[in-house]
Design a protein. Structure first.
Length: 318
């Protein structure tokens, strides 16, 4: 077992842009579909997915979105980043949006933890997998030529290999990482927020199609990237933990507008008062909501917020 520090910031950003960028589907239908204002409950929370929804290919937000989020926060709207990422990774992006200066929150690890961005060391809510879960999932991954990573509640990324998909996760994690041997070096008391099976796309699809029947009652399973298949505790999702945030601040999910693009956004988008799929979203996400906006490279989220909240229209960026 060997613990290593994370990459320096420059190397981290370079690898993240290299590995974690989501290509916008230029062939996807671009449309803007909003709800009828008369049917809406007051909107008090904006929930934002990052990769493939709000972050551009260089892993920055557009000035237009930054401006719109600032205006909303000044109006008293709570903004929450809802991501599969770790808090340490989210913090960099939250500062670009000044969420740490307001009452900004993050639903991290696809719902595994809820944090206030003013203190990312403290979990306000957690949902975890245990050591038995880790061992069982890793065994299935190995059967199909895949590997696993897991985010420990000790705030360490557990890895078992040095393949390129490990590099992808290290690039996004901003946490120390610990290489271990499965199952022998899994701590009996280990708790993790989520586990990711990684590998070639066709191997992950084969793994998913052949999982034991009880896995579907034990875990929430989501495809978040062509090379990632993620496992959370059954009932754990961005939507369920966003509901915990709403209870904390005294509102309900009908007061939320949420934006996403992938399978791990399905519950959040479906459960929110206004759940919006960007144009480049997976079909499985588009199936749960009628609301649409343009893709992330076309400032879809910013444009939608301007229309929905009556904000001054921003200037399109070249």
């Amino acid at each position: 077992m060997q613990e290593q520090k994370h990459l320096d910031p420059s190397a981290q950003h370079q690898r993240e842009v290299q590995y974690m960028s989501v290509a916008a589907d230029t062939g996807a239908k671009e449309e803007l579909i909003l709800p009828e204002q008369k049917d809406l409950a007051p909107l008090k929370v904006v929930a934002l997915d990052l990769d493939g929804t709000t972050l551009r290919e260089d892993k920055t937000f557009s000035p237009r979105l930054i401006k719109d989020i600032a205006v909303l926060q000044e109006r008293g709207v709570t903004v929450a980043i809802c991501s599969g990422r770790a808090p340490e990774s989210v913090l960099t992006f939250s500062r670009q949006l000044k969420l740490d200066q307001y009452s900004g929150y993050c639903v991290c690890f696809n719902g595994g933890a809820l944090i206030n961005l003013k203190d990312i060391t403290k979990d306000l809510f957690v949902s975890t997998l245990d050591a038995t879960d880790l061992i069982d999932i890793e065994a299935q991954a190995r059967l199909h030529g895949c590997a696993v990573h897991a985010y420990s509640t000790r705030r360490v990324l557990l890895t078992e290999s040095n393949i390129k998909f490990t590099e992808m996760e290290i690039a996004a994690s901003m946490q120390p990482f610990e290489k271990i041997l499965f199952p022998d070096e899994v701590r009996p008391d280990e708790q993790v927020y989520k586990l990711i099976a990684v590998g070639e796309s066709e191997h992950l699809e084969e793994m998913r199609c052949n999982l034991p029947a009880d896995f579907h009652t034990r875990f929430n399973i989501a495809r978040t990237h062509s090379n990632f298949l993620e496992f959370m505790q059954k009932g754990c999702s961005k939507g369920a933990t966003l509901d915990q945030l709403c209870k904390l601040i005294g509102c309900s999910l009908e007061n939320v507008v949420a934006f996403g693009d992938a399978e791990n956004d399905i519950e959040m988008v479906r459960m929110s008062g206004v759940g919006v799929a960007v144009a480049n979203a997976m079909d499985t996400l588009k199936a749960v909501t009628p609301y649409r906006t343009y893709n992330y490279m076309a400032d879809g989220v910013a444009i939608y917020l301007e229309k929905l909240f009556g904000l001054p229209a921003g200037d399109a960026e070249a």
